[in-house]
Design a binder for this molecule. Structure first.
Ligand SMILES: [Cu+2]
Length: 471
C-alpha cells in the first residue's frame, strides 16, 4: 500500500514536471539600416532531449526581430543557406514589387538576395516569412518567421511601453503537428501542439504595470479567439498596419493566420499573481479552422482535424507571472493614440469583386484547393493590372464552407463592411489580413500608391498556408 502511494506521488510529481512552464524565448533584435539574414537548416529541442529538424534565420528556429525606423533606407542581405529555394516576404510593408519577396523573387539555395528600400510604413508590428509557391507552409512550419517592428515619431510621442523584452514583448503564436519522433509534419490538419516564440507551455515574467504585447498569429491555419483568464480586460492599440485612433477595451480578439495586434495589459497592483493569455475557441461558430467543426456543416470533414484538444475548446496560450515594477513604469493606458483616416467610399475609382469557391463541391471540399474567381494561382498570369494611385473597393464573397483570411501585399486597407454591416472597432484600423467567413461578403477600400511594375506582380491570397500552397 505504501509503495503504491509512493509510486502515485512520484507519478504525480513527474506529471507536474512534464507540464511545467518554460520561460518563453524572446527573439534577439537587429536594428539600424543594414540587416544580414542567414537562412539555415537547424535542429531545435521543442522537447527536452529530442532534436527536431528545423529551419531558422541566424539561428536554429525563428529569426531576429528587425527594428526599423520610418524614413530610413534599409539594405537587407538574405543569404539562402538552406538546401532549397525560398523567398522572404516583408508582410504588411509598403515596398516595391521587386523588393516584396513574393514567389517570383526566389532565392536559389546558396544564393543571396539584396532588397533595398525606404521604410514608408507607420509604426507597427510587421513580420517576415518565406513565400515560395507550394513551399510556404513547409518553410514557415519548420521555423522561418520573424517580427519587424517599425518605429516613427508619431508613436514615439505617446506614453506607451516600448522597451523591448522589458515591457514590450513580441509573441508569435503557432500550432504545429509533431510525429512520433517529434519531427514537424507538413502539411497537416492535426496541429495539436501550441507554442509561443517556439516555446511549448510558455510563461513570461511581466512587471506590475502597463505592458505591451505584439501578437502575431504565425500558424499555418488555426484561428485564435484571444482573451485573458477570468475575462480580464485588455486594450487593443494596434492592428496589422499600425496604431488605432484610441485604445479599445476588449475581452476577446479574433486573430487569423497572418494577423497582428498590439495590445496593452494593465498588471498594476497584481504582483505575485498569474494571468493566462488564452484562446476561447469554444466560442467559435463552425466554419472556422479552430472550431469544433472546420466546415460550416458538421458532415464536412477535414482529414486529420479530429480528434484535437485545441478544436472548439478554450486553452491557455501563455502564462504571465506578474513580478515587481520596473524603475520607470508606464502605469496608465493612454486615452488617444494616432489619427487613422480611412479613404471615403465615394473616392473609389472602381469596385472589384472576388469570389472564393471550392475547387470541388460537396462534403469533402475542405480537403481540396480553393479558387479565386474560379481559377487558381499561376506564376505566369497577372490577374489584375491596377492603374497607379487608384483608390479601389474590393468586394470579396466567400462561397466556400470554411473561413479564409484574405491577404494582399503592398497596401494596408480599411474594412468598409461585413455583409453590409460596419466591422467591429478592432477591425477599423489599417489591415492587410481579414478573415472572411463562409457565405460572407467583406468589402474594403485601399489605394495603390508609389510603386508600379509590369513584370513583377504583388500577391493576393488566402493566408491559410495550406490553401496558399494549393494555389
Ligand atoms: Cu483559405
Amino acid at each position: 500500500m505504501k509503495t503504491t502511494k509512493l509510486l502515485t506521488l512520484i507519478f504525480l510529481l513527474t506529471t507536474v514536471s512534464l507540464t511545467a512552464q518554460n520561460p518563453v524565448i524572446i527573439p534577439g533584435t537587429l536594428s539600424g539600416t543594414e540587416f544580414i539574414l542567414n537562412l539555415q537548416n537547424g535542429t531545435f529541442q521543442f522537447y527536452n532531449g529530442t532534436n527536431t529538424t528545423t529551419m531558422g534565420v541566424n539561428g536554429h528556429i525563428l529569426g531576429p526581430t528587425l527594428i526599423m525606423q520610418k524614413g530610413d533606407f534599409v539594405d537587407i542581405t538574405v543569404n539562402n543557406n538552406l538546401d532549397d529555394t525560398t523567398t522572404i516576404h516583408w508582410h504588411g510593408m509598403h515596398v516595391s514589387a521587386e523588393n516584396d519577396g513574393g514567389p517570383h523573387t526566389f532565392i536559389l539555395s546558396g544564393e543571396s538576395w539584396n532588397p533595398q528600400f525606404t521604410v514608408m510604413d507607420k509604426a507597427g508590428t510587421y513580420w517576415y516569412h518565406p513565400h515560395l509557391h507550394e513551399k510556404t507552409n513547409k518553410h514557415v512550419s519548420l521555423g522561418i518567421a520573424g517580427f519587424i517592428i517599425v518605429k516613427d515619431e508619431e508613436e514615439a510621442a505617446l506614453e506607451l511601453p516600448r522597451t523591448y523584452g522589458i515591457d514590450d514583448f513580441p509573441l508569435v503564436i503557432q500550432t504545429k503537428d509533431f510525429d512520433a519522433n517529434k519531427q514537424i509534419v507538413t502539411p497537416s490538419n492535426a496541429d495539436d501542439v501550441l507554442m509561443v516564440n517556439a516555446t511549448i507551455d510558455p510563461s513570461l515574467d511581466v512587471p506590475a504595470q502597463v505592458v505591451r504585447f505584439r501578437l502575431l498569429n504565425g500558424s499555418s491555419q488555426r484561428v485564435f479567439n484571444i482573451g485573458l483568464s477570468a475575462n480580464l480586460t485588455f486594450y487593443q492599440i494596434g492592428t496589422d498596419g499600425g496604431l488605432l485612433n484610441e485604445p479599445l477595451a476588449l475581452t476577446r480578439l479574433q486573430m487569423a493566420p497572418g494577423e497582428r495586434a498590439e495590445i496593452l495589459i494593465d498588471f498594476d497592483g497584481m504582483e505575485g499573481q498569474a494571468v493566462q493569455l488564452m484562446s476561447y475557441a469554444s466560442e467559435f461558430q463552425n466554419g472556422i479552422y479552430g472550431a469544433t467543426n472546420p466546415g460550416m456543416m458538421q458532415f464536412m470533414t477535414l482529414d486529420g482535424y479530429k480528434p484535437n484538444a485545441l478544436n472548439g475548446t478554450n486553452f491557455d496560450i501563455i502564462e504571465f507571472n506578474v513580478v515587481a515594477q520596473t524603475s520607470d513604469p508606464v502605469t496608465l493606458v493612454p486615452t488617444t493614440l494616432v489619427e487613422v483616416t480611412p479613404y471615403p467610399e465615394e473616392s473609389a475609382d472602381i469596385t472589384r469583386t472576388l469570389n472564393f469557391s471550392p475547387s470541388q463541391m460537396g462534403p469533402d471540399q475542405l480537403n481540396h484547393p480553393f479558387l479565386i474567381n474560379g481559377t487558381s494561382f499561376n506564376m505566369d498570369i497577372i490577374n489584375y493590372t491596377i492603374p497607379l494611385n487608384n483608390i479601389e473597393i474590393w468586394s470579396i464573397f466567400n462561397q466556400s464552407a470554411i473561413a479564409h483570411p484574405f491577404h494582399i501585399h503592398d497596401v494596408q486597407f480599411f474594412v468598409l463592411d461585413r455583409n453590409g454591416v460596419s466591422p467591429p472597432a478592432s477591425e477599423q484600423g489599417r489591415k492587410d489580413v481579414i478573415l472572411i467567413k463562409p457565405m460572407e461578403t467583406v468589402r474594403f477600400i485601399t489605394q495603390f500608391t508609389d510603386f508600379a511594375n509590369d513584370p513583377v506582380p504583388y500577391m493576393l491570397h488566402c493566408h491559410m498556408l495550406v490553401h496558399e500552397d494549393g494555389g
